[in-house]
Design a protein around this ligand. Structure first.
Ligand code: SF4
Length: 267
């Protein structure tokens, strides 16, 4: 079997949720405008590095969703998002802090690593390039609010970045966070991942894959206030047997496990 970061983190959060998603084929409906827009924006960023018209790419990609029935948060609209996106692209070009050599090879990089038991791990890195002249793995994020930067070194605990450092063997990692707000802002957040963290992540992946292979999928419900993970879980309807919630959030896809690697492209 091929595993990804999304699968492992999904299992660690709640094994029952993993079963719904990867064994039973339940998928979240893609109705959140911010998420869909983020994917279009990343294509525009890629166009920028390939010397193409990035604003035109954003209009083309996001234009495909103009009449789609997406859920917009309060104050959001199709026009507003595209306006914010263009301003962010302009800001990113003005900052000129990120360099990607040979963008055809160094954007959306697929990396594979063999795991015990004939399994393998796949990751798609957004980019490998230079931030302020330093080689690093770069992950793009598009969000409506700033990422926390305190306390110092917080980013070095980000499990997805640790995963990317592990699979690439590159210590330095960075998040380029494009914040969609009235005055657009781009955060360039850097961290360095240690060899010990990479080794621990490898052990975590192997132990998790072993647990999945053993077929145990107990529910890790989070019933304590205020950190109740179930409240933000798309599978809540399945656990509560609430058809209204199921219809609102999920769609069931036959043979879904064949396309599990696609998860990595949408993170
Ligand atoms: S609702 Fe709670 S128990 Fe059910 S799958 Fe989601 S996190 Fe797990």
């Amino acid at each position: 079997m091929t595993f990804s970061y999304t699968q492992v983190s999904n299992y660690l959060r709640c094994p029952r949720s993993y079963r719904y998603r990867y064994l039973d084929g339940w998928r979240e409906k893609e109705t959140r405008a911010g998420m869909v827009f983020g994917r279009c924006f990343e294509k525009a960023l890629a166009a920028l590095f390939q010397q193409e018209d990035c604003a035109a790419t954003l209009f083309r990609e996001w234009g495909a969703f103009r009449d789609a029935s997406l859920e917009y948060k309060k104050g959001e609209s199709w026009d507003r998002l595209v306006h914010q996106g263009v301003r962010l692209l302009e800001q990113f070009a003005r900052d000129n802090r990120v360099r990607i050599q040979a963008p055809q090879e160094n954007l959306q990089i697929k990396l594979l690593r063999a795991l015990p038991g004939d399994h393998e791990f796949v990751a798609y890195l957004d980019a490998v390039g230079q931030l302020d002249g330093q080689l690093c793995v770069i992950d793009w994020k598009t969000t409506a609010s700033r990422y926390a930067v305190e306390p110092e070194e917080l980013l070095a605990l980000d499990p997805q970045l640790i995963c990317y450092s592990w699979i690439s063997g590159i210590s330095d990692v960075a998040l380029v966070v494009c914040v969609r707000k009235r005055v657009p802002e781009i955060q360039y957040l850097k961290a360095s991942i240690t060899e010990k963290q990479r080794q621990e992540f490898a052990q975590l992946v192997e132990a998790t894959v072993e647990q999945i292979a053993s077929g145990e999928f107990p529910a890790h419900s989070g019933i304590r206030f205020p950190q109740n993970g179930c409240l933000s879980c798309v599978n809540l309807g399945l656990c509560l047997n609430n058809q209204q919630l199921i219809d609102a959030n999920l769609i069931r896809i036959a043979g879904a496990s064949d396309l599990d690697w696609l998860d990595e492209l949408v993170d």
